[in-house]
Design a protein around this ligand. Structure first.
Ligand code: CP3
Length: 339
């Protein structure tokens, strides 16, 4: 396991082939996923260890990717501590009473392992089934999770969230500390049960200027990453539209910086410095003819050679209507590409 291509690449060591996995590989685009989820709510499925094990394994069986990503959601730990929320199909997380005041923040409990016994059970089960394939645990970064809590649901502008950040710094600070503690504890549970790497998703950090990120967000993400660092596993830090934040996201304490598809790796690599990069094929390229897709994937691999190490991925999650056979061809192409 320690010698798997994925973990070697994450540590910046030489690899037998470029490792590949896909954000959102578990779920949505797979017929076997849609079948097993019939009549089972998203959060309900995340709390059922047998389902989590099966859904996490599905893409590993089908694609033989170099890593598994734990099937869960960034809002699951909030649900586990008692926040009233749901994940609505086709919409995303919806929070019943959005967080606006210090009292609202104080009402959210800290997370302990006793809140998530089903996570420990699922990770242990998975590690047994996965053999030498590493499992990536994950959590939402404080800014991205805060956006769901403050807006009450998905948002384009994150206006209420940023209004709190600019106008109510005491509430903001308390909220970010609360979420950082929950995310760090959630990652710790996954790693202690056997996950061998973690990814911190700050999907919506691209809404911030570098100065605002540095002042209001980075210290809290840094705390989560520092905590995960103490566990001795590689830490991946990913966001969307973060071209001007990549250096800071690395400096926050990442070993691997995830890059979305809008920023060519050639531009991203000097920004992340002496770190491994992950990414970043445009997720829509799997809808192109196979030779077009693989030509572009080859360009991504070539560009990745300039980095300390490279883990191949899409530039964001697998689009639900993706053809699994095309992802299989992409996986085989990357794994057989000369290193
Ligand atoms: O395969 C994997 O990557 C593992 C599972 C995973 C899910 N969510 C399952 C899921 C992971 C890593 C996430 C992370 C997540 N959740 C993020 C960060 C990643 C990113 O895409 O930037 C965010 C922002 C969320 C919040 C969230 N949850 C959204 C935006 C949605 C999608 C809404 C939709 O249906 O379009 C969800 C729901 C969700 N999370 C689904 C899955 C499989 C779909 C649920 C369903 O079947 O209805």
């Amino acid at each position: 396991m320690r010698d798997s291509a994925f973990l070697r690449a994450a540590r910046g060591e030489s690899v037998p082939h470029t490792p590949v996995w896909f954000m959102r590989q578990a779920g949505r685009s797979l017929p076997e996923y849609l079948k097993i989820r019939e009549g089972v709510g998203m959060l309900e499925s995340c709390m059922d260890p047998a389902l989590v094990v099966e859904i996490t394994l599905q893409p590993v069986r089908r694609y033989a990717v170099d890593a598994a990503i734990f099937f869960s959601d960034i809002v699951l730990p909030l649900k586990a501590v008692g926040v009233d929320l749901d994940i609505k199909p086709g919409v995303g997380p919806v929070v019943a009473s959005p967080v606006r005041t210090l009292a609202d923040v104080a009402a959210i409990p800290d997370l302990t392992p006793e809140h998530v016994p089903f996570i420990t059970e699922a990770v242990r089960g998975l590690v047994g089934e996965l053999g030498s394939t590493p499992l990536i645990g994950f959590a939402g970064a404080p800014f991205t999770v805060a956006s769901y809590l403050v807006e009450g649901g998905p948002s384009k502008e994150h206006a209420k969230t940023k209004a709190m950040m600019f106008g109510a710094p005491d509430v903001w600070d308390a909220l970010m500390r609360k979420i950082a503690g929950i995310s760090a504890a959630y990652l710790r549970v996954q790693v202690e049960a056997g996950a061998s790497a973690v990814q911190l998703f700050d999907s919506w950090a691209g809404a911030l200027t570098p100065d605002d990120y540095r002042e209001h967000v980075m210290p809290h993400s840094a705390r989560v990453l520092a905590d995960a660092g103490e566990l001795g596993v590689p830490r991946i830090h990913f966001g969307v539209g973060t071209a001007n934040l990549l250096g800071l996201m690395g400096d926050a304490g990442a070993d691997v910086v995830g890059v979305d598809w809008r920023t060519p790796l050639a531009d991203a690599i000097p920004l992340v410095g002496d770190r491994v990069v992950q990414g970043n094929l445009d997720p829509t390229l799997v809808f192109a003819p196979t030779d077009v897709m693989t030509a572009r994937a080859g360009q991504v691999i070539e560009a990745g050679r300039a980095a300390k190490g490279h883990i191949f991925n899409l530039g964001h999650g697998v689009i639900p209507s993706t053809d699994p056979d095309q992802l299989k061809r992409l996986t085989e192409f990357v794994q057989s590409y000369p290193v």
